[in-house]
Write a new protein. Sequence first.
Length: 456
Amino acid sequence: MERHTEMKDTILLFDNYGTDSQNLHTSFRLAGFPYPAVVIEDNGFLPEGVMSVYGFFLGDFREVLGEGARPKFFNQVAVPDYWEISGTNSSGSIHDGPVERGKIFYAEPAHRRRVRIVDWYDEKGCVRSSDHYNRYGALFARTVFNARGKKFSKSYFSAKGQEVIVENYVTGDIVLNEGAEVRIFHTKTEFIVYFLERAGFLERRIFFNSLSTPFFVSNQLAAGAKRDILFWQEPAREDIPGNMQVIFRGQAGRTANVMVQKRQSYDKLIALGADKGMTHHLGHIYEFAKENGHRPEALICTNSDRLEQCKMLIESLPQMHFHIAALTEMSSKLMNLDNYGNVSLYPGVKQKILDSLFEECDFYFDINHETEIVSAVRRAFLHNQLIFAFQETAHNRDYVADVHVYPASNVNRMIADVRKAMKDAAVLDQRLERQREAAMAETAERYVEACSLFHG
């Protein structure tokens, strides 16, 4: 198969560039298929090499603002005189005396406090507009809300501040100011089809991972052959989605195959009667950062002092050294764990130290209640750390083998399994393989085989 030829024949079309979209994009790149990735909902922080449907018409911000353009820091938001800005590692707040006038939302990772959205409140404390900032620190969009707090419209601006696109959420119309010409699209699907034409992608097949707008776009295009593919990345559900049934009935204009990327979802679809000839499973190629070194070093990332069965684990596994890291300061409850010889604490951990902990540790305990920080479970998986979790605390089951998730009442079984993995390198390796199987880790050869099967 000519990979270079196929690269010019295919694009990836995503609603957004979340983790699943990133995984699929990375998998194709690692398999030798650097397909263009196109994202519909641009959060302003898309990485280099990922195209934005709306951003395509806004121009090059870096070219206008210069190579040194950076995201806006939370205290750089423009506010009237005497208003105050305060911030934590999760969000920021804007006050006029005792009255809150706005809230600042950060781009991930949140602790870097880079501004993504600023909500502005009216006198009643209702959101009336949201300013959207990009990775160059520029205001690239503004959403306006009506008095009932419902989205009314969203305007997109060029790097020079000119209004280029206006999307009306009430009528569904999108107005594009393209030079001296004004174009009106009555649906988002029409707008995206025009983008594909302007970007030179109109004749390409589409790999998409959503049954909403990307599926509608696929169906809108002329169908020479059914070469588009749905990559289904949703959790298992109790029914077959209506639009997927359209594919199975042969009524989709260009799509005749569904690639399911979660094991439980695939098994459930087959059990529900999905067409076996059209339904296939294909995981992801992961870019692992290191090999597991079989060292008794464990990492826990938390911004909460609620660590399930933490003392029990520390006391029952004296040969294991526990590194507990937090982006914030730690409570006295956590600081008291420093009395154990096999515990190291990292309150307000710096990025460089956190990076080194993921490199140095070979076990990860997902035992913290409350919100996950720094995408820790996914990052532990990519660093080939053996992950253990409780049912009550597990944050991201996609990267953890089911056999490594325990009820908190059965902590003794977790401890026994950890001891076996610490004692026997072969056992640890076997458990790591189970972990990779649970995440449906694939090889480049498997992707080449899949692309060959549906190319043509």
